[in-house]
Design a protein around this ligand. Structure first.
Ligand code: UDX
Length: 441
């Protein structure tokens, strides 16, 4: 493997990332930040043009600065040519979308297409790494595809290296990972993969390819399970007058359980958990296992939203022509991503009942404009409440805690606040004169 040993002792590698979405762009940029030479490839010429001009098409904290720094240092470049990427690199990462199909299974056509392009361009030994989330046994299919389409008949290794990045914290997660999983079918690519991840000082777990692929689906399903578990507990709390946050704190202090991912709310959304759960259930079914536990996780998640909408409707009685202010549109804090966002789902449901919406998000208004029609977008969070019959918190943005509640109460026709993310203190809200309803408290 060519490369130069840096003063830090790290050997830089020549790396290509195919796909510059959330995962690919963060991965490529953070590899460059670690000292590697990185080529990012994308078939979308518009996107590549933006990146070449120093722009970043997504919002991810810290990313724009790192893209600029590493492009200026000539460690990071962008192209539409897979051939250029393959020629310049020893290790080629596939980071393209694996969207869901209507039956819950995974559309692997982008992976297959990229594997073919890489195979067609290969003229010497390469390590082809799958970073996209894929069903177990996809690695074997990538091997077959490359063998079939590689005219030069050169040697190669396929590696599985699942990503565990959280949107909104992706750069931080990449630079300081809990673990790096490397799935291989032979020891040959392991030293190079260790060099690739050497700058990040993380425990590296080497497994077979099937196990690495499974680790991703098993991890995300377990995290979704944790959220549905605490949401189920929140129902018991509401029925008994207990407080779900106290319960979460109490059980979370047991190191075997842990406090993270025990926040009750409107349920999980985003481009990963819902899709990965469906895919894992489907894969299990194809392997002859009915994964009913995960179906229950999905059911609780869907029911959580329905219960919240019912809570709003029970309080306001008739929703038709009621003015409701919605705080939050992104699927969670720190991102502009509205894909599979519970907040957007909530807006649709309220609109279906005839409610008139005033909506705000610190980062996601532009993206929400493509999916939300007939709402009033409000740039200032404190102005959302103006003339409203109720206010709803739909996303856990920390800045909402700084909402001018006195102003909101005076500006509303009725001071009713539904907190779908348990951001406020019930006692304080009562003191301020709000009718306040949250989750499991
Ligand atoms: C997730 C995984 O965390 C990450 O490891 C994987 O690579 C991709 O999927 P992400 O989709 O960015 O990352 O979001 P995450 O922070 O995990 O949150 C997912 C959803 O769960 C959000 O809608 C969030 O609001 C919700 N959530 C999270 C809760 O409702 N309660 C919690 O306690 C935590």
């Amino acid at each position: 493997m060519p490369g130069t040993r840096l003063l830090s002792g790290v050997q830089f590698m020549n790396i290509t990332i195919v796909g510059t979405g959330y995962v690919g762009l963060v991965t490529g940029t953070c590899f460059a930040e670690g000292g590697h030479r990185v080529v990012c490839v994308d078939c979308d010429a518009e996107k590549v043009k933006i990146l070449q001009a120093g722009g970043v098409p997504i919002y991810e904290p810290g990313l724009a600065e790192l893209v600029k720094k590493n492009a200026d240092a000539s460690r990071l470049s962008f192209t539409t040519s897979t051939k250029e990427g393959v020629d310049k690199s020893d290790v080629i990462f596939i980071a393209v979308p694996t969207p869901p199909l209507p039956d819950g299974s995974v559309d692997l056509s982008f992976i297959e297409g990229v594997a073919r392009d890489i195979a067609g361009a290969m003229t010497s030994y390469k390590i082809v790494v799958d970073k996209s989330t894929v069903p177990v046994k996809t690695g074997a299919k990538v091997v077959e595809t490359i063998k079939r389409y590689c005219k030069a008949k050169v040697e190669f290794d396929v590696v599985s290296n699942p990503e565990f990045l959280r949107e909104g914290f992706a750069v931080e997660d990449f630079m300081r990972p809990d673990r790096v999983v490397i799935g291989v079918s032979s020891p040959r690519p392991v030293p190079a993969m260790q060099e690739v991840f050497a700058p990040y000082n993380a425990p590296v777990i080497v497994t077979d390819i099937n196990s690495a692929e499974l680790i991703k689906h098993a991890a995300n399903s377990f995290l979704a399970l944790k959220i549905s578990y605490i949401n189920a507990i929140s129902i018991i709390c509401e029925a008994t007058g207990a407080n779900v946050q106290e319960v979460a704190n109490g059980i979370g202090m047991d190191a075997r359980i842990g406090r993270r991912f025990l926040d009750a709310g409107l349920g999980f959304g985003g481009s990963c958990f819902p899709k990965d759960l469906s895919a894992f259930i489907k894969i299990s079914e194809q392997l002859g296992c009915d994964f009913r536990l995960l179906k229950e996780v999905q059911r609780i998640n869907a029911e959580q939203m329905e219960r919240f909408v019912r809570k709003i409707a029970d309080t306001l009685w008739v929703l038709k022509e009621k003015k409701i202010g919605v705080l939050g549109l992104a699927f969670k804090q720190n991102t502009d991503d509205v894909r599979m966002s519970p907040a957007i789902d909530l807006c649709y449901r309220l609109q279906k009942e005839g409610a008139l919406l005033r909506v705000h998000d610190p980062k996601a208004i532009e993206k929400a404009k493509a999916v939300l029609k007939d709402v009033t977008f409000v740039a200032d969070m404190n102005a959302v409440a103006d003339g409203c019959d109720a206010l709803v918190v739909a996303t856990e943005w920390p800045e909402f805690k700084k909402l001018d509640l006195e102003r909101a109460r005076k500006a509303m026709t009725h001071p009713i606040l539904f907190d779908g993310r348990n951001l406020f203190d019930p006692k304080e809200m009562e003191r301020l004169g709000f009718i306040y309803k949250s989750i499991g408290r």
